[in-house]
Design a protein around this ligand. Structure first.
Ligand code: ACO
Length: 340
């Protein structure tokens, strides 16, 4: 009889994390000076007190390169077999932004492509990268979430201008065993395309270009119907993270940190209540960076690791929701890594 243990199942393991924010912090007071809003309204309705906006001339790829380089450094890696970039604000409608990022990072001719799932983009990109690894197509993948929402915000729209920020976050995933700390233990992903108008940039795609009507200049900007989106966000992230926990066999009470999409502190607290965990276990960094869409989860991870809210061995659940509608969740036991 053999005493050899079977090899653990091949999995994607988180080995590095890096983040980057533009230098320009935009306070609620600055926005209140030019829009019909107030620090009090923004703080009490969203929890946000500032966000960072890129200087003119800085594009999504510029932020992505900075975060990507830091994630590779954090993993002690100089190369990767693929780059998957989640963004709603690519440098251009065509081509994808990821190949330029891969080239600027000196990664050569590796496969590189964008994933478009709005605020759920980082979880979708992570699932895609994990698939490349578990299928044996890649050994190491750089996953980046990067956004310059300031480029699509209508400066006259107080309902969106106060909420969104720019930034980038990245992780390095490597092939390893499912029993290692950092292994992504499973995914729950979903979409509902029957509400396309709740979160949209109406112009700039084939739908608008092929229409006979004269485009409204405001259609080039991002729009969101906040109230119904709030309800969908709580419902979908709640269902998705619950389904994921059932799939991987974790009790809700065993979750040390819930890292939800940083859209609104009231959403994050509702989710903590729904999962039956203390609100303190819900990581919040939107007060500092606003809603950074596809960059939201890695930026929240970066802040939480830097200030000790997440430490090695913690059971961490990531859950995101955004336009599409699209949502997704994953989970891991936090590995012993240093972020950059
Ligand atoms: N300052 C002052 N008043 C404002 C502002 C503002 N910045 N924005 C809206 N208001 C007003 C509205 O005009 C409205 O006034 P009225 O009552 O006279 O009509 C009132 O405040 C209430 O507006 P609501 O939209 O009902 O405000 P709500 O409390 O729902 O907060 C918010 C709005 C913050 C957007 C909230 O709905 C929210 O967080 N929604 C979820 C966002 C989210 O989850 N996004 C995730 C996906 S994002 C993505 O995929 C890109």
């Amino acid at each position: 009889m053999s005493t050899e243990q079977p090899a653990p199942q091949r999995a994607a393991v988180l080995k590095g994390l890096g983040t980057w924010l533009p230098r320009r912090a935009v306070s609620n007071e600055e926005l209140s000076a030019r829009l019909d809003t107030s620090d009090e309204w923004i703080r009490s309705r969203t929890g946000i007190r500032q966000r960072f906006w890129a200087e003119p001339g800085t594009a999504t790829s510029d932020l992505a390169v900075e975060a990507g380089a830091r994630a590779l450094k954090s993993a002690g890696a100089t190369g990767a077999d693929a780059v998957v970039l989640a963004t709603t604000t690519p440098d251009h409608p065509c081509p994808a932004t990821a190949p330029a990022v891969a080239a600027r990072l000196g990664l050569g001719t590796v496969p590189a492509f964008d994933v478009s799932a709005v605020c759920a983009g980082f979880v979708y990109a992570t699932a895609t990268a994990a698939g490349l690894i578990t299928a044996g197509i890649a050994e190491r993948v750089l996953v980046i979430g990067a956004e310059t929402y300031s480029s699509i915000l209508n400066p006259e729209d107080r309902t969106t201008s106060v909420i969104f920020g720019d930034g980038a976050g990245a992780v390095v995933l490597e092939a390893g065993g499912a029993d290692e700390p950092g292994a992504l233990l499973g995914f729950d992903l979903g979409s509902d395309g029957s509400h396309p108008d709740l979160i949209t940039v109406p112009a700039g795609g084939s739908r608008q270009r092929l229409s006979d009507t004269e485009p409204d200049p405001a259609d080039a900007y991002f729009r969101m119907q906040g109230k119904p989106v709030f309800t969908h966000a709580v419902t979908r992230m709640g269902q998705s993270s619950t389904a994921l926990l059932e799939k991987i066999g974790w009790e809700k009470e065993s979750v040390d940190r819930f890292v939800g999409h940083q859209a609104n502190v009231r959403i994050l607290h509702s989710l903590a209540d729904l999962l039956g965990i203390d609100r303190e276990r819900a990581v919040v960094n939107l007060d500092r960076v606003g809603n950074t869409s596809a960059a939201s989860i890695p930026l929240a991870l970066g802040d939480a690791v830097a200030d000790g809210r997440i430490t090695a061995g913690d059971r961490v659940v990531l859950s995101a929701f955004g336009g599409g509608l699209a949502w997704g969740s994953t989970a891991l036991v936090w590995p012993d890594i240093t972020t950059a």
